[in-house]
Write a protein that binds this ligand. Structure first.
Ligand code: UFG
Length: 330
């Protein structure tokens, strides 16, 4: 297929682009490079520097390259930041998606795979979370993802725009060949921050809160390897082509790890003591997020293949060889 990948230079987008090209898709990437890295984009992709808010650009690229489907990763995605600057999130994520949907409608592109989030669910007591759980986001980031999903729902009703929304739980790890990985500036995600300690970039890691209602008092998350996540996107595209119906799937592993357990696995794999300090809770953090992936398994035939050790060791492989991320690469 001829795919337009919005946000294809970011962490998740760049891993998708690499794999999509490997399996034979033709890929055009649009990315504004605010968070993305040109070095992360596979050299076989056509790269266009631009913003999802620029509807004219989107239309001209869709027409020029006769795009069959869009894969939409372009969004701001930091839970903590969204609590302090919500408008930045609503403007970029929601207005950006509106611009994309309008361009798609105008150009007759009627298939989209969308990067949604576990953050749409908010806090729930019973785990694992299925797609039927109520949506009560605890932060503006999750609220924007929910609104973006709703826009696609109504675009389907009105224009027959078929979408698959993939609700990611905590994506981590790196490409197994070590060529690309996670590089955010500033970094806010747990696993890359934990690994900064053995890289001597910080003396300890601060764990945000140890008074949550969990086994050891620290938050529990469900970590999914980036390659497993990418595989689900390829299956979602196939599903859109063969079934031509919209759907929503959770992507997680049904296994939760507390923040302290993550540090413990990293200690074992890096053979470094990784000191911790306990800090304040981070606003907007739900205590537990663990996915049921039953629906993705039943309908897409998808299941996770990599566990927490492979996730952290692949991330470690990338960070050891790219201690300054892409910026430091000569
Ligand atoms: N954490 C720390 N110390 C740190 C960084 C993180 O204790 O220095 C904790 C957080 O408080 C949280 C856990 O580690 O309890 C995981 O935090 P991340 O920032 O790595 O991930 P989040 O769970 O906040 O968010 C991620 C994605 C979101 C997505 C969400 C869904 O960034 O896009 O997963 O679960 F919505």
């Amino acid at each position: 297929m001829r795919l337009l990948v919005l946000g294809g230079a970011g962490y998740i987008g760049s891993h998708f682009v690499k794999k999509a090209i490997e399996v034979g898709h033709q890929v055009v990437v649009i990315d504004n490079l605010i968070n993305g890295h040109i070095e992360a984009v596979d050299s076989s992709a056509i790269f266009v520097k631009g913003d999802i808010l620029d509807k004219n650009l989107l239309e001209s690229v869709m027409k020029k390259h006769e795009i069959d489907a869009c894969v939409h990763f372009a969004a701001f995605s930091l839970v903590g930041e969204s609590m302090s600057v919500p408008n930045k999130y609503f403007y970029n994520n929601v207005t950006g998606t509106l611009s994309l949907l309008e361009a798609m409608e105008k150009c007759g592109v009627r298939k989209i795979v969308f990067s949604s989030s576990a953050a749409v669910y908010g806090s729930h007591k019973e785990m694992p979370i299925t797609e039927e759980y109520q949506h009560i986001p605890t932060n503006p980031y999750g609220e924007t993802k929910l609104q973006m999903e709703k826009m696609m729902h109504w675009a389907d009703k009105a224009y027959g725009m078929k979408y698959v929304s993939l609700r990611y739980f905590n994506v981590a790890g790196a490409s197994l060949d070590g060529s690309i990985g996670e590089d955010h500036n500033p970094e806010t995600h747990l696993i890359p921050i934990v690994l900064q300690v053995p890289l001597n970039k910080r003396p300890f890691i601060t764990i945000f809160g140890n008074d949550y209602d969990t086994i050891d008092g620290t938050c529990i998350r469900d970590y999914i390897h980036i390659d497993d996540l990418v595989d689900a996107h390829l299956r979602a595209l196939q599903y859109l082509v063969t079934k031509n119906v919209s759907n929503i799937f959770n992507l997680g592993t049904e296994k939760g790890y507390s923040n302290l357990e993550i540090v413990e696995v990293a200690r074992k794999l890096t053979k470094h003591p990784i000191p911790i300090k306990i800090g304040e809770r981070r606003p907007g953090d739900p205590d537990k997020l663990v996915a049921s992936f039953k629906k993705a398994y039943t309908i897409l035939g998808w299941k996770p293949t990599k566990g927490i050790e492979e996730i952290i060791s692949s991330a470690w492989g990338f960070h050891k060889t790219h201690p300054e991320g892409f910026g430091g690469k000569k």
